[in-house]
Design a protein around this ligand. Structure first.
Ligand code: ADP
Ligand code: MG
Length: 331
């Protein structure tokens, strides 16, 4: 048995294409309102480019299904019919909403796609603002409740029970699109691997054009120009949520674009949460969830989930990690 194992390992090594023979092509473009960098590897340029195009087409297709900004999407139809009637949707959207609600249950409501009823109250323009009146916040926050998203699997309909309710996929859509783009790219004959990088939320799989495989550098929170270490990404996704990009300031406090569904207020405190796991959609949803749950409860949840790891940078730049995180620190 032991011998057999050695032979198998040798065969694998022999059949592996050497990194120098691999071509990597990359395209940068704006999709779903953010910057995507899509890379594919193959033995020839044409195959890699074909795979990239397959990824782009898939992400555009998803955008036209899930965007809450585009009035023509099924998501917008669901939102327009809040408190009025159930809306029949494609299975793909139905399933995404179903999985979103499962994450809500898993995180005790920290993750909630019905946060979107707050989107008229808060503006995350990186500027200085006064906070709105607390009664206005309270009124809008009363509409957040994933349990009022009524899913009828038999008729494939979605109904937002209350008028004024709204759903949005800002915290899960990028991850979902990365999963689906990967699947579409893998279908192209001859493609060897790739990376879908949605503004830093990324998914890497298959063979890299670097001998060591895919890896990402982790910035040092105390000195952003330096790397703290790196993480190997073999068929893994890494997703970061936090207050570094979309926020506003009020009375010297930074409010992040992640909303606590229980209060309707944007989060303060934690700077970022990074989740690493094979599924980009789950990583995306959990990164947002852990921001809401906070250091203790967030790490406790991640430690319970097989194959999911995370690290958190708190308000004082202290790093907290899950138990089995494999971060390679520079000495
Ligand atoms: P980023 O967009 O920076 O990658 P996230 O994945 O955390 O960060 O997504 C944040 C977005 O998720 C917000 O802009 C908003 O659209 C949405 N959102 C905010 N709070 C919640 C929440 N509690 N649950 C689900 N989605 C949320
Ligand atoms: Mg997220």
């Amino acid at each position: 048995m032991y011998k057999l194992l050695i032979i198998c390992t040798l065969l694998n090594t022999v059949s592996l294409i050497r990194a120098q023979e691999i071509t990597a092509e990359k395209k940068i473009l704006k999709l779903m309102g953010c910057r995507y960098e899509i890379t594919a590897t193959a033995l020839d340029k044409k195959t890699a480019e074909k795979a990239i195009q397959a990824g782009i087409d898939e992400i555009s297709r998803i955008e036209s299904l899930i965007s809450e900004w585009d009035a023509a999407t099924q998501t917008s139809t669901i939102n327009r019919n809040a408190g009025i009637k159930a809306v029949n949707v494609d299975k793909e959207l139905f399933d995404l909403i179903y999985r979103s609600c499962k994450v809500s249950a898993l995180t005790d409501g920290a993750f909630d796609i019905s946060f979107a009823s707050m989107d008229k109250i808060w503006v995350f323009d990186r500027a200085e603002h006064n906070l709105p009146d607390s009664s206005v916040v309270k009124q809008a926050a009363a509409k957040i409740n994933w349990k009022n998203i009524v899913l009828d699997a038999k008729n494939q309909t979605v109904f937002l029970k209350e008028k004024g309710m709204k759903i949005g996929f800002g915290a899960i859509g990028k991850g979902y699109s990365a999963n689906k783009a990967k699947a579409a790219m893998e279908k192209i004959p001859g493609v060897l691997g790739g990376v879908v990088n949605a503004s830093g939320d990324l998914m890497a799989w298959g063979q890299s054009n670097h001998a060591d495989g895919w890896s990402v550098q982790i910035a040092d929170p105390k000195n952003k120009t330096k790397s703290l270490g790196w993480i190997r990404l073999n068929d893994l996704s890494i997703v970061t949520s936090g207050n570094y990009e979309n926020y506003f300031i009020s009375n010297g406090v930074r409010y992040s674009h992640i909303i606590n569904p229980k209060t309707g207020y944007p989060l303060t405190g934690i700077k970022s949460v990074t989740v690493i796991c094979p599924d980009a959609e789950l990583a995306d949803a959990l990164a947002t969830s852990v921001c809401v749950l906070g250091v203790e409860k967030g790490i406790e949840l991640v430690n319970k989930l097989n194959g999911v790891e995370c690290f958190i940078i708190d308000a004082n730049d202290k790093i907290h990690t899950s138990d089995k995180l494999q971060l390679n620190y520079y000495k």
